[in-house]
Design a protein around this ligand. Structure first.
Ligand SMILES: [Fe+2]
Length: 499
């Protein structure tokens, strides 16, 4: 960079430099140093040469941790013989630029899109005929049976303990009562109504009893029942999330042990047969701990520079054998916009190395060997766990099932920020074969109607925040799905065992 470019770079931020500071920066010719100065300057608007020299000295004192990954020379993985079968289904890709102004109209359009598409999914399940317009139910005689579809815009418990919801569509609003009862079928209808979430779209069966509709059933769009997909190719997918590189709680030793294992460095025979068949690794967000994600995060960080956090992350990724395709999505700790859908992490942070590293948005739909794989960090799991009785952080597969039932990755508006793109990217329009999430730092697995559910836990030990919340994470457990047998294998790098 020449003098003029350096001065311009800082002028944009309304920062001035002394002439000898410009001279020094020209000498160093290091673009990351310029960014570092802006980060570290605090309120300072005038930067001297001394300030920069001091910063350079400070940086020298904290070298990035050394990455040490062992590699076995006699390792002959079978997956090396296979070429990857990988397609990125563009539908979930987001540009990073919101195509809207964030106006009320944009949100109205987003909800219209959600209503229209979820109604279609419901029609696929229960049939298009027999659904009554919400607006028409007012004129119906008492006792008439109806099926209505709408978005839950209010939910309350009446003083008699019944669940009352307002169901809204473009034609009007219906007040629905699910009566509290110990008798079937009312009891199960009441239980279902009790789990309704704000802003989700459902069908409700009931009978007219002006001004209410007395519910007899609640129907979600849900997934069709299929048999779990398997293939003939002898390959596996490994799942990771929530590494939190840069945090003092990132478990580097165990992570390196796992990377060594991927390189055939067994130590013992555990998982040897499995590791050579891994062809794909998906990392579902929170690659790094980030900066300023929560108050006083500084105290928890050993790397306080976001570029360095990603630099270290990339060092680890480059230790993954080069015949393995690595798919990387962001999470709420990563350096992209917080609101979902999140765009992919930009190239200046994740320099794609050798072409086998694939950076995608959150959420993303990826076709791996014919398995439609839905990758979502899982930020909305917090609101599902808080919003439905019986959910807990100990069993993340349960709220994941609830999201699949609703065919929506983020049903409750406002609980986690959503950008009003022209369509609802959080809808699960395609039936996935695999759903991979993280975020809650607890491993969980299930098979829901033929869809493999995996929560890949974390590589971060229990944080102070989690201690206060009473949440016990399950760090360093790597789930590996065998695509041929359909079996989920779980390798514990705290203990190094195959379960
Ligand atoms: Fe997260």
């Amino acid at each position: 960079m020449n003098d003029e470019e350096i001065v311009k770079f800082f002028e944009k931020e309304e920062v001035l430099l002394s002439p000898d500071a410009v001279e020094l920066l020209k000498e160093k010719s290091d673009e990351s140093l310029l960014k570092k100065i802006l980060e570290k300057r605090g309120e300072e608007v005038f930067i001297s040469r001394e300030f920069i020299e001091q910063l350079i000295e400070e940086e020298k004192k904290i070298p990035l941790p050394v990455v040490e990954v062992k590699r076995a020379s006699d390792f002959k993985p079978i997956s090396k013989e296979y070429s990857p079968e990988l397609k990125f289904l563009k539908e979930y890709d987001v540009s990073g630029k919101c195509n809207c102004g964030g106006s009320v109209d944009d949100f109205v359009n987003l909800f219209r899109d959600r209503l229209k598409k979820t109604r279609k999914m419901l029609e696929m399940r229960v049939g298009a005929t027999g659904i009554t317009d919400i607006g028409a139910t007012g004129g119906f005689t008492k006792g008439r049976e109806v099926r209505i579809v709408g978005m839950v815009n209010n939910k309350m418990i009446t003083k008699n303990g019944h669940v009352m919801v307002e169901l809204e569509s473009e034609e009007g609003v219906a007040k629905v009562l699910a009566l509290k009862s110990n008798r079937e079928p009312e009891r199960s209808c009441f239980e279902k109504a009790n789990t309704l979430l704000l802003d989700e779209v459902v069908a409700i069966d009931g009978r007219v009893s002006d001004p209410f509709i007395i519910a007899s059933d609640v129907i979600w769009p849900d997934l069709p029942i299929r048999t779990q997909k398997v293939i003939d190719r002898d390959l596996c997918i490994a799942f990771m999330s929530d590494l939190h590189v840069g945090s003092r709680n990132f478990m580097q030793e165990q992570f390196q042990k796992m990377l060594g294992w991927l390189n055939g460095e067994m130590g013992d025979e555990n998982g040897k047969e499995l590791v050579g068949r891994i062809k794909y690794i998906i990392i579902a967000g929170d690659l790094v701990d980030g900066i300023g994600v929560y108050p006083e995060q500084e105290k928890e960080l050993v790397i306080k520079d976001i570029y360095e956090q990603y630099e270290l992350f990339l060092k680890f990724v480059s230790s993954i054998p080069d015949y393995i395709e690595v798919i990387i999505a962001p999470g709420n700790h990563d350096a992209v916009r917080r609101a979902e859908p999140q765009p992919e992490i930009t190239k200046d942070l994740l320099k794609a190395g050798n072409g086998r590293m694939h950076v995608v948005g959150n959420p993303s739909l990826v076709d791996i060997e014919g398995f439609r794989t839905l990758v979502y960090h899982g930020t909305s799991l917090d609101s599902i766990i808080a919003g439905i009785r019986g959910m807990s952080y100990q069993y993340p597969e349960k709220p994941m099932v609830e999201l699949l039932k609703r065919r929506n990755l983020s049903p409750i508006y406002g609980e986690n920020p959503v950008v009003p793109e022209s369509k609802d990217y959080m809808l699960i329009e395609e039936v996935p074969d695999i759903v991979h999430m993280g975020h809650v730092h607890k491993n969980g697995y299930d098979n829901y109607k033929g869809t493999v559910i995996v929560n890949s836990g974390t590589w971060q030990s229990q944080t102070d925040f989690q201690v206060r919340q009473g949440h016990t994470p399950s760090p360093c457990i790597l789930p590996v799905l065998d695509l041929r047998s359909g079996r989920m294998n779980v390798i514990n790098f705290m203990k190094r065992e195959v379960a």
